[in-house]
Design a protein around this ligand. Structure first.
Ligand code: NAD
Length: 141
């Protein structure tokens, strides 16, 4: 019996690259995997590969930089597989390469929004009880 038998895992940005490798590995070890990606075709192809290999998976389109879509992904996991035990906030992008004085700030904000804020809101919406919730400000802030 594998450590992941009967467990449900959600992996963001799992349509390709590092996330796809993590999703395939978790499925091979017995987890039911929610494959999320901003590209729904990539997510579905990944799911087809996992199910074709005898695993269990479901695709969900999600922009991991958007908190409301993180909540929707958690709801999808719970609705589809009955729980959420593991979350891998993997989705990440790199900035356009440019000399520091020529960096496009809108592009920079996009990278920060996904690679940093997306991880924060992803963690916040994936509480141990798997109940979707939003990031709350402390009463003093
Ligand atoms: N620091 C390092 O050593 C190192 C090494 C490898 C990769 N990386 C970085 O890790 C990141 C991922 O690498 P990869 O090779 O897996 O890339 P990849 O492009 O193969 O995969 C990224 C996946 O994330 C998805 N995605 C993009 N934006 C998204 C969003 N807003 N919400 C949800 N999904 C989104 C893409 O559709 C794609 O399927 C990249 O930013 C890369 O630069 C860093």
């Amino acid at each position: 019996m594998s450590t992941f038998d009967g467990r449900v895992a959600l992996v963001t940005g799992a349509g390709s690259g590092i996330g796809a490798a993590i999703a395939a590995d978790l499925a091979a070890k017995g987890a039911k995997v929610v494959v999320t990606d901003i590209d729904p075709g990539a997510a579905q192809r990944m799911v087809d590969g996992i199910t074709g290999a005898g695993g269990e998976a479901a695709a969900f389109q999600q922009d991991a930089s958007r908190p409301e879509e993180s909540e929707a992904a958690v709801r999808f996991a719970v609705d589809t597989f009955g729980a959420l035990h593991h979350a891998v906030n993997n989705a990440g992008i790199g900035p356009k390469q440019a000399p520091v004085g020529e960096i496009d700030l809108a592009d920079w904000e996009r990278v920060i929004g996904l690679n940093l804020s997306g991880v924060l809101t992803g963690c916040a919406t994936r509480s141990p009880s798997s109940s979707p919730r939003t990031t709350r400000r402390s009463p003093r802030s």
